[in-house]
Design a protein around this ligand. Sequence first.
Ligand SMILES: *Cc1c(COP(=O)(O)O)cnc(C)c1O
Length: 228
Amino acid sequence: MVKERLQRVRDQIRSAAEGCGRDPGKIQLVAVSKTVPADRVQQAIEAGASVLGENYIQEAREKHHLLSHQPISWHFIGHLQSNKAKYAVKIFELIHSVDRLKLARELDKQAGKIDKVQPVLIQVNIAEEETKSGIRAADLMALIREAAGLKHLSIRGLMTMPPYFDDPEAARPFFSALRQLRDRIQEEQIPNVGMTELSMGMTGDFSTAIEEGATLVRIGTAIFGERS
Ligand SMILES: *Cc1c(COP(=O)(O)O)cnc(C)c1O
């Protein structure tokens, strides 16, 4: 079941990429396993999932412990409280959701303690929704300039979560806006800031996100089914 679903998602990623002339190999699938029990996550790993996305630190710590012998990498995609940074740097290869200087500084400090340079993305709240995390586009450049000076952080790109729409076409302007922000930051050539990654697209809209340049798609429901 998980295996077939995962294969279908892979096929859809490939056809979206090929449909717009992109190399499917440049798009990484993050299997979003929040609320999914470890035994079902294990099925996805056996079916070839190599990157897991988790939203909650406590849940991620438990699963990371249960699945520690597995050849997978863990990404954090949820809202991160600064006081959980010390756990996050131990588990996650990429943190998609840095959206404020206080958090960036704490991650830098905790990564330094374990002698790590922590790769991160900056989460942007493009639609400026009250209920969502993420920095406003207008404040993005200032955050990046400050965070660029932190020795134990490595900024790799941007992440966004557009408002929910039934029609994925409605999300397109938000994806395209994130890509344009990325391009603008790239032009600044800020030392210690890479802008290769664009994390955007979920179950309902990942094909559109790929057409707009996504390099990481975060997909849960289409792989694991509806969350209870
Ligand atoms: C839950 C979640 C996803 C996955 O959503 P689906 O619609 O189940 O694919 C992606 N990104 C973030 C930030 C999430 O919280």
